[in-house]
Design a protein around this ligand. Structure first.
Ligand SMILES: Nc1ncnc2c1ncn2[C@@H]1O[C@H](COP(=O)(O)OP(=O)(O)OP(=O)(O)O)[C@@H](O)[C@H]1O
Length: 633
């Protein structure tokens, strides 16, 4: 009986899970659970272990004392006050043990409830930390998302880890105690009972494996459900869902995906049930054999009737403990599989841990790309193919080209967010592969096309949580340069205003106002390389003019890379590089490119100006705009 699912390395690993591997893994997993608990609250872990150990000892005492209670009654065959008096000491031990064990049980449950959410949070924090230490390229790799999902599920189940461990510890303590009592009655009983528990144990492991593999198989669909849910309810898409009457389409997609998950899960549940049924039947038969053996031992006179009482109790306890160990062991094992995914992710950041050299940049004074090639995973052609460009501090380099020509990709490589497959990007002569990533990123300021609207205060939106020693003075200066000062002035509490309407006291901005904030945060950053990717797409003409009029000033102590389709704006650049299908097909000054009548730049320029009737003739005053002159502004 095998649950068949293919196409994932982890599913193959899942299929390779055996009872033996589970038995080997359990102690390891329990150590991991305790270690996680130890990191968040060691006192509680110690107290929990002490409670479980004490509970086991009390159980053994109680069981052994049981014979002392039954014996006087059985010996006389009479149930009177005298017999009760003879049994009183043992009875006190039994009752005391039961009472104390109940108290310890309550304490254990409270400790476990205290530890579980903390362990889960710690696991989540470790995962988030690992995710932020993955190369940006990881997100373009489909396998990365799957690994993240599996690891995230590891976080979900981590809160169960300790409870499962606690139950296993309690069951082990009870097993040891009952086994001692049972062995004291007759040594053959314990091995017989362990044999009887085996079929159920094997079945539980197989059932756990089936469930785990099913959850891996449905991971992609579950992610799709999550995305659909987000698109259906998020504020950003709400208007488009309505205006595009898309709700029905998306909801039916959600339903179909959910049905697919249910189908896979139902198959797995059915298989698990069949396995459990077989295990249960075999286990029931084996238990009957054990009870028959016990009866035979009494009939043959190998154990007394008084000892039979203890054996009776101990047997049912051992049986319950074994069931507990097997049942919770199987659960813990499944939890452990998810935790392996979590631990793997943390160790390797989903296989993409940033692992660059240790060089710490100072500038950069000059950023150069030398014959670089870069291909996104599974892409048919490289996004960049043999590209060479350079930009120095004090210069503005503009990247121009049609959609998909590679402008954004090149700007990401120049700013070390990606590394090239071939060729080199150097910062002041140092290959970016050898530069410490965090140190490099602290030297760049980027206004991306799809800038984030952080649900933070206006101040934090500009400082990105990294204020400079100049404090608000620098924040306001950056805001002024970006035209965001007008935005801040209108905010209810100025820089303190929370820019998220979803929260009480928060305020929302328009698209253009947000873009001004995004530019302000780039201007605020003490960076050597400034990348502006369509920085004014949402700005009104006045705001756009303000940005470009001030850009030369910002470029004075920065290397600036400007990506834009609005060709009038690139007149400010010292050099313009025209990309087509990932290759540089033209480069030069604004005037040079405009003068080349057969070039792509001139063609795009003519197209852009055709509808306004403003096609300037080469050599006219507009075409003669020299770099560093602000004739257009
Ligand atoms: N994350 C990605 N994964 C796979 N392919 C990508 C990814 N991002 C971009 N591409 C592809 O790489 C090529 C270059 O894309 P890029 O975004 O650099 O172009 P662009 O010139 O900036 O385009 P636009 O003017 O539309 O912003 C395109 O063919 C695009 O489809």
């Amino acid at each position: 009986m095998k649950f068949v699912a293919q196409g994932d390395r982890r599913i193959e690993v899942g299929n390779a899970i055996t009872t033996r591997s589970m038995a080997r893994r359990l102690p390891q997993l329990m150590r991991r659970a305790l270690a996680l608990g130890w990191q968040v609250d060691r006192r509680s872990v110690i107290a929990l272990l002490a409670c479980e150990a004490a509970s086991g000892v009390l159980e053994a005492l109680g069981l052994l004392a049981t014979t002392g209670v039954i014996k006087p009654v059985i010996a006389s065959g009479d149930f009177s006050a005298n017999q009760l008096l003879d049994a009183a000491p043992s009875l006190t031990v039994v009752v005391g043990a039961i009472g104390l064990r109940a108290l310890l049980g309550i304490a254990s449950a409270a400790l476990s409830a205290r530890l579980a959410p903390r362990i889960s949070r710690e696991a989540e924090l470790k995962l988030l930390d690992a995710a932020t230490h993955a190369e940006l390229a990881a997100y373009d790799n489909p396998g990365y998302n799957d690994r993240w999902d599996a690891a995230d599920r590891g976080v979900d189940v981590s809160r169960e880890l300790l409870t499962q461990c606690q139950y296993i510890l309690a069951a082990v303590a009870s097993l040891i105690a009952s086994s001692c009592a049972l062995t004291a009655v007759h040594p053959i009983l314990l091995p017989l009972l362990i044999l009887a528990a085996l079929p159920k144990g094997l079945a539980s492991v197989r059932a756990a494996r089936v469930t785990y593999i099913a959850s891996l198989t449905t991971a992609k669909d579950r992610r799709l459900l999550g995305m659909l849910r987000w698109y259906l309810v998020d504020k950003q898409t709400a208007a488009q869902i309505r205006s595009g009457t898309m709700a029905h389409f998306l909801i039916s997609k959600y339903r179909a995906t959910g049905d697919q998950i249910d189908k896979t899960t139902d198959q797995a549940t059915l298989r698990s049930a069949k396995i459990s049924l077989l295990g249960g039947a075999a286990g029931g038969f084996a238990s009957a054999v054990v009870w028959a053996a016990l009866g035979a031992l009494v009939v043959a006179g190998h154990i007394s009737v008084a000892a039979l009482g203890t054996a009776f109790l101990a047997l049912s306890r051992v049986s319950t403990s074994l069931d507990g160990i097997i049942g919770y062991g199987a659960q813990l094992f499944r939890t452990g599989m998810y935790l392996d995914d979590w631990a793997d992710f943390i160790d390797e950041a989903g296989g993409h841990r940033i692992n660059r050299g240790p060089e710490v940049p100072t500038g950069p004074e000059i950023v150069s790309a030398d014959s670089i090639t870069f291909r996104y995973p599974n892409a048919d052609r490289p996004a960049l193919d043999g590209v060479s460009v350079a930009v120095r501090r004090g210069e503005i380099l503009a990247l121009v080209g049609e959609n998909g020509s590679g402008k954004t990709t090149l700007s990401k490589l120049l700013s070390t967010l990606y590394l090239p497959d071939d060729g080199t990007i150097t910062w002041d002569g140092t290959d970016t592969r050898n530069i410490d990533a965090s140190a490099a990123w602290s030297r760049i300021a980027v206004v991306p096309q799809d800038f984030a609207c952080w649900p933070l205060s206006a101040r934090e939106n500009i400082t990105l949580g990294q204020p400079t020693p100049e404090g608000d003075e620098a924040v306001l200066a950056a805001a002024r340069a970006a035209g965001a000062d007008e935005v801040v002035e209108e905010l209810r509490s100025g820089l303190n205003t929370l820019l998220a309407k979803e929260w009480w006291g928060g305020q929302e901005l328009s698209g253009g106002q947000w873009q001004r904030m995004a530019i302000a945060r780039a201007f605020h950053r003490p960076a050597g390389l400034l990348v502006l990717d369509e920085p004014t797409a949402a700005l009104d003409p006045r705001a756009e003019h303000r940005i470009f009029a001030g850009l030369r000033r910002h470029a004075a102590d920065r290397a600036v890379v400007l990506v834009t389709h609005r060709l009038t704006n690139v007149a400010i650049a010292d050099r313009i590089v025209v990309l087509n299908k990932g290759r540089v097909i033209q480069h030069g000054s604004f005037a040079e490119l405009l003068a080349d009548r057969s070039g792509l730049f001139r063609e795009l320029w003519d197209l852009q100006n055709e509808r306004t009737g403003q096609v300037p003739a080469p050599g006219s005053s507009n075409h003669g705009v020299a770099p560093n002159q602000h004739a257009l502004f």
